[in-house]
Every structure is written in C-alpha cells, then in structure tokens.
Design a protein around this ligand. Structure first.
Ligand SMILES: [Zn+2]
Length: 200
C-alpha cells in the first residue's frame, strides 16, 4: 500500500508538466484530425517538420486553422492546393517560441503520411510530430530550438523517445522538411545526447 502510494506520487511528479498527453506549457488547439494509436505501440520517435502558411509568411492564424479544418481557402491563392487535405501534428512551434498543441501525445496525429523508419512503416503510429513554423532551406529562430529541446526533454520523461529525425528522413524523395536550414547539431547540443542522432 505504501509502495503503491509512493509510486503514484512519483508518477505525478514525473508527469508534472503533462496531463493526459497534453503539455501544460503549450496552448491547446484540439484538432479533429487524430486517431487512436495501435495497441502495444510505444512512442519512441520524434519527427520534426516545417510549415508556414502561406509559404514563407510567418505569424498568421493560418496554420492553426489548417490543422483544425477551418482554413478559408479563398484567403490566399496557395490555399487552393490544400483543399480537402486533413492533417495535424502534435505540436507547432511558432517563430516567437510559442508552442501550440493540436493532439494529445497519446493520440495518433496525421503528420508523417506515407513514411518508414528503420524498417517500420507508418511513422504516425509510433511518433510524436512537431512542426516548426518556417520554410525549407531557411534558418529557424533561436527560441524555436530552445522550445523544441525543452519540449523533447519533457516528453522523454513520459514516453520512451529514443530518436529525433526530420520528415525528410522518414519520407525521402517525397518530403524535404525541415530542410537544410535546420541545424541538427545545434539541436543535438541542446539535447546533450539524450537522443540517437545517426541520420545516415
Ligand atoms: Zn512535414
């Protein structure tokens, strides 16, 4: 009995910044574009993406609206290409470091699409998807690296995350984000080798 109580307290501490898969330091924006993870699957991979809507323009409300199926397709010519597209990610990190959360980490978000990593297909099943507001080939903001590493370290206390990769690594030839502007060595320094990093 005492042991069980102690264990429960320990779990509460360990999950301190998390509640049902939602991060207390993120602004919740629940998306309908989520599903159930397969049983017996553990979340051991983090997939980093980049997105901006319209591409190259930062700070607008459009990513939030896109991930919640509320994007006004007439608001910009580019948006016509997104007609009928239903996607999400667990997190979006804005240029100013603000973190938005669209899906519980316990749920399956729709970010990687057709993908494979180390012989396992459908990375959405076992991964955490994090979008950085940005453009492929362009650098990302210092506060985004800070927020990303804080988020990954915190998530790793709850889920057995082993490795962080890019969308370009799990869907090569089909996807190129976050792209050459993302500094993997910089992220790795911040993570202090907590995650595997042999992307080749
Ligand atoms: Zn992507």
């Amino acid at each position: 009995m005492k042991g069980a109580l102690r264990q429960r307290r320990w779990r509460q501490v360990r999950r301190g910044n998390w509640s049902g898969g939602w991060w207390r330091l993120a602004r919740p924006v629940p998306s309908p574009n989520v599903g159930v993870r397969p049983a017996e699957v553990s979340v051991d991979l983090a997939v980093v993406h980049s997105i901006s809507l319209p591409p190259g323009r930062y700070g607008g409300p459009f990513i939030e609206r896109f991930f919640t199926n509320r994007l006004d397709l007439g608001a910009h010519p580019y948006f016509a290409t997104l007609k009928g597209v239903e996607v999400s990610a667990h997190f979006v990190i804005r240029r100013d470091g603000e973190v938005l959360q669209f899906a519980s980490v316990e749920a399956r978000a729709w970010h990687a699409g057709r993908s494979s990593w180390r012989g396992r297909d459908n990375c959405n099943d076992f991964s955490l998807g994090i979008e950085l507001e940005g453009l492929e080939g362009e650098p990302f903001a210092a506060v985004q690296y800070r927020a990303l590493s804080r988020l990954l370290k915190s998530a790793r206390q709850v889920w057995p995350l082993q490795e962080v990769v890019g969308h370009e690594h799990v869907a090569p030839g089909r996807k190129g984000d976050p792209g050459p502007g993302f500094d993997w060595a910089r992220l790795q320094r911040r993570l202090r080798r907590m995650f595997r990093h042999d992307l080749n």
